[in-house]
Write a protein that binds this ligand. Structure first.
Ligand code: KIV
Length: 284
């Protein structure tokens, strides 16, 4: 049974942690659903993990809709979050509501996520007022990492921590049903999780948040461009896939593949019939 925003509120109350992972394609979405994740994020990190961009800025609405749509098909019974890309919500509240609506109508997501605290409170309220569910995203916000001086942890001083806490309150007050908190010290993760009534899901925000999210390419070990400190690699698919590719190349070159068991033989007697025909018709 697909979870709903009410289930996530209950999980926060009962202390059951929320398991969350990014996902961008059909086969991984099917595997994620089979494994039993509570939520999947079709993140704009697709720009780096799937498209090979150096960041998330170039990602478009059409790319995000295409990824969200295939993830929905691969995981029809999982709560799916569509991530609003750079410049799909910053221009105006109307523009934000329109693009959030595209995620709902074209990809059947269960909620949308957007980055920022106080400065996008009006957009969050507008989208919620239009009947959609919103997940906030504060702390390190990759779409504005240029302004932050790079992909750096936030709230490491008392002064900057207060700013992060103000953003968290703004997201909750604007009507978001949950919030993603990225790259802050665990002390700040704890304060925000205890202060907010909505579930707070952390990535690099310590062990006290209501749930955890990782990027699929990081945790499976196939995203090689860089690995943030907060990542735990649960396997190393780059090595596993690399070995399979090298073995295949080697077997093709040496004629070890294919073997008899990989062949479709002709039906009994048909080969002889064909040879006779070819001989008679001077084809050979
Ligand atoms: O786009 C994304 O994958 C994110 C991560 C920080 C989880 O927002």
């Amino acid at each position: 049974m697909k979870k709903t925003v009410l289930d996530f509120a209950k999980m926060k109350k009962s202390g059951e942690k929320i398991s969350f992972l990014t996902c961008y394609d059909f086969p991984m979405a099917s595997l994620c659903e089979k494994a039993g994740f509570d939520m999947l994020l079709v993140g704009d990190s697709a720009g780096m993990v799937v498209h090979g961009y150096s960041g998330t800025i170039r990602v478009t609405m059409d790319q995000m809709i295409a990824h969200s749509e295939v993830v929905r098909r691969g995981a029809p019974n999982t709560f799916i979050v569509g991530d609003m890309p750079f410049m799909s919500y910053q221009l105006s509240v109307e523009n934000a509501v329109y693009n959030a609506g595209r995620f709902y109508k074209e990809a059947e997501v269960d909620c949308i996520k957007l980055e920022g605290g106080r400065r996008v409170a009006a957009q969050i309220k507008g989208i919620v007022d239009a009947g959609m569910s919103v997940m906030g995203h504060i702390g390190l916000t990759p779409q504005s990492s240029g302004q932050l001086g790079g992909f750096k942890a936030q709230g490491r001083t008392a002064e900057t921590a207060v700013e992060v806490i103000k953003d968290a309150l703004a997201v909750e007050n604007a009507g978001a049903f949950s919030m993603l908190l990225e790259a802050v010290p665990p002390e700040i993760g704890k304060i925000i999780t205890e202060t907010l009534n909505i579930p707070v899901i952390g990535i690099g925000a310590g062990m006290n948040t209501d749930g955890q999210i990782l990027i699929i390419g990081d945790m499976l070990g196939f995203f090689e461009a860089f690995t943030p400190k907060f990542v735990k690699k649960y396997t190393n698919l780059s090595e596993i896939i690399g070995k399979a590719f090298r073995d295949y190349i080697d077997e093709v070159k040496t004629g070890k593949f294919p073997e008899e068991k990989h062949c479709y033989r002709m039906l009994d007697g048909e080969h002889e019939k064909l040879e006779a025909f070819l001989k008679q018709s001077n084809v050979k």
